[in-house]
Design a protein around this ligand. Structure first.
Ligand code: AMP
Length: 189
């Protein structure tokens, strides 16, 4: 199964991606997690990404496309994967299409988690409180910027993938179990 899971920050992408990982025995390719690990390890990529991520802006397309290209070649991704947090711009989506064509693979589905903006602010505040502030980008001002960036640059991807005919619209406001069930139902169609 080759999947993309999309949705605004706080929509539950990471949670549902984890469930898909278990269910299909595929790796979760999270550009956010890879970038946070790079920051932790103080690699040149991490140093470049740190300030950008703390503001809630996007890391340059070529940096994240490089990460994904490398991860798609990993042995664990041969049987499928769930991309979480990538692509986030049309340019990234076009690059992903080109990478997949070159590798002779195709997406099975793009899962779009649809949620209400006010509920997101509440969810992210809760995550910030629970994580004890371990994510520098989990505060309200940065969240609002991340939501703006999402609306401006990432949301247009839903129409991009709708043209390819593989978007699964999922109500992300339901409980975790119900969202999981809706995704399963859509993927089994
Ligand atoms: P996430 O964990 O997916 O919410 O990502 C956290 C942050 O990492 C984002 O706010 C961006 O700064 C950066 N990031 C993650 N994925 C991408 C991407 N595909 N393109 C650009 N920046 C990204």
């Amino acid at each position: 199964m080759r999947l993309i899971i999309m949705g605004p920050p706080g929509a539950g992408k990471g949670t549902q991606a984890q469930i898909l990982v278990e269910k299909y025995s595929i790796p979760q390719l999270s550009t956010g997690d890879i970038l946070r690990a790079a920051i932790e390890a103080k690699t040149p990529m991490g140093l470049q990404a740190k300030e950008i991520m703390a503001r809630g802006d996007l890391v340059p397309d070529e940096v994240v496309c490089g990460i994904v290209s490398e991860r798609l070649d990993g042995d664990d991704a041969k049987g499928g994967f769930v991309l979480d947090g990538f692509p986030r711009t049309i340019a990234q989506a076009e690059e992903l299409d080109a990478m997949m064509t070159e590798k002779g693979i195709a997406l099975d589905a793009v899962i779009s988690l649809e949620v209400d903006a006010d509920a997101l602010v509440a969810r992210i505040k809760k995550r910030a409180a629970e994580s004890g502030g371990s994510r520098a980008d989990d505060n309200e001002e940065v969240l609002r910027n991340r939501l703006d960036v999402y609306g401006e640059l990432t949301e247009p991807l839903i129409a991009y993938y709708a043209k390819q005919g593989n978007v699964k619209h999922i109500d992300g406001m339901a409980s975790i179990e119900d969202v999981t069930a809706s995704i399963a139902q859509e993927l089994n169609k």
